[in-house]
Design a protein around this ligand. Structure first.
Ligand SMILES: *Cc1c(COP(=O)(O)O)cnc(C)c1O
Length: 431
């Protein structure tokens, strides 16, 4: 099957990490997010081990928690000894509430408010990833009021186009994120940062995009960033010791996507980084990477119950499920590919072409178009695979639909990581 934690069991049902998904759908109801905790841990370990082994002791992955954010998730990441990215005070709050060690957190975002900056310093965040000069001034001012020097990385745009989808490409010179190297603004910003008493410029950051299936775009970005490290060394005598290359390694959502060997890619990237550093005569900085989807995506799946099946003669057939864009908005946002199958009879011949629709009052509320399934009937359990990233995290209450629960599977057991929202939850803040 698509990933090794998926199988068909003796009952002929789809299983995730050996657990019968149809039974879990009965137990918890649908829609239901399932996540395979062991898979998450294995994915973390691939990055941790490969980065340490090939890129040196101080090199390590940082989980981009925007991909999947709730307390239990931060607890797992902390147990794995990984740091985390956070991009908003809400994520920061959640991590802190989960007992995440704040010195291992990196605060991202292209527009942190003064209140956000105060709050992050209150909880003792390790690093700010500073996007621009206004923010640098604000962080400096806040640090000085507290009599401390705040460690930062500067987010720079290397001017790379990884040829992924436009909406998830972020490293180009005209991106809304970061400060451009190409225009000379990055060097000016570095000089300015070095003049500020409340700022400790520890490193650089770049993030070129997502769904990248091999390390070549990362190598190109690393080369530009390492050259810039050399430039700064020559211009100011300041040595950058941390280079964060961002996230973005791809994930196999459908059979047509390649299988990504993260370990081999990290090894290949490490060799290139060593070579470039030697060419530039600089010490290799510690390398950080920020995987998001490749940590969590293949741990997850979403289960739905099929409702109406409607064929528009001569056109198409809609299979409506009891969830939709409120739990998975990615097809509506970027036409993301997903694999769907009937969890209660995955082996039946898939001879029916279905457009899977949600229950929201929006024509764009589609989970996937033109997928081949066994002809579904009301009451079937429909599984959408590889939904561990950017599904729960992007879920909404549109049409006052409560968010589904997140159930984790661990060592043959299941437990609730996030409770199902109730109708009272929906009205909690209504006056
Ligand atoms: C979104 C994002 C990531 C994670 O990207 P994935 O494709 O999920 O690995 C990492 N770093 C930054 C700065 C991001 O914006």
């Amino acid at each position: 099957m698509l990933h090794k934690n998926l199988s068909v069991n003796e009952a002929g049902h789809l299983a995730l990490a050996g657990m019968d998904t149809v039974e879990l759908a009965k137990k918890y109801g649908t829609p239901l997010y399932l996540m395979d905790e062991n898979r998450i841990r294995e994915n973390c370990k691939i990055y941790i081990d490969a980065m340490r082994k090939y890129m040196g002791e101080g090199s390590r992955p940082i989980f981009a928690s925007k991909a999947c954010c709730f307390k239990r998730m931060y607890a797992i990441i902390a147990e794995m000894g990984m740091g985390t990215d956070i991009v908003s005070p809400g994520e920061l709050y959640t991590a802190n509430a989960a007992g995440f060690p704040m010195e291992e957190a990196f605060f991202h975002g292209n527009n942190k408010t003064d209140a956000d900056i105060e709050y992050a310093m209150n909880v003792g965040i390790g690093h700010f990833i500073v996007d621009n000069q206004e923010e640098l001034d604000a962080v400096n001012a806040c640090a000085l009021r507290r009599g401390l020097r705040q460690k930062i990385l500067l987010r720079l745009t290397p001017g790379i186009d990884p040829h992924t989808q436009k909406k998830i490409s972020t490293g180009k010179v005209d991106s809304k994120f970061g400060t451009a190297i190409e225009t000379g603004q990055a060097l000016e910003l570095c000089k300015y940062a070095l003049s500020l008493p409340g700022i400790e410029l520890e490193g650089f950051h770049c993030h070129i995009g997502s769904q990248i299936f091999d390390y070549y775009p990362f190598r190109d970005a690393a080369e530009i960033m390492l050259r810039f490290i050399r430039t700064l060394l020559d211009a100011c005598g300041h040595e950058i010791r941390t280079l964060n290359l961002g996230g973005g390694f791809g994930v196999r959502y459908v059979e047509n996507d390649p299988v990504v060997d993260y370990e081999a890619n990290i090894r290949g990237l490490a060799e290139e980084i060593r070579r470039i550093c030697a060419e530039l005569s600089i010490r290799q900085p510690d390398i950080l990477m920020e995987p998001g989807r490749s940590i969590v995506a293949d741990s997850g799946m979403t289960l739905y119950t099929v409702g109406s099946v409607k064929t528009i003669t001569g056109y198409k057939s809609y299979v409506s499920v009891d969830g939709g864009m409120t739990d998975n908005i990615r097809y509506a946002l970027y036409e993301s590919d997903y694999t769907a199958l009937l969890a209660n009879r995955p082996k039946d011949p898939a001879d029916f072409c279905a457009t899977i629709a949600g229950r929201c009052c929006e024509s764009g509320d589609i989970i996937q178009e033109d997928v081949m399934l066994p002809r579904p009937v009301r009451g079937d359990t429909l599984a959408v695979l590889v939904t561990g990233a950017y599904n729960y995290a992007m879920a909404s209450n549109y049409n006052r639909i409560p968010r589904p629960p997140v159930v984790m599977i661990r060592d043959g057991d299941d437990y609730i990581a996030v409770r199902k929202e109730s109708y009272e939850d929906l009205c909690r803040n209504d006056m």
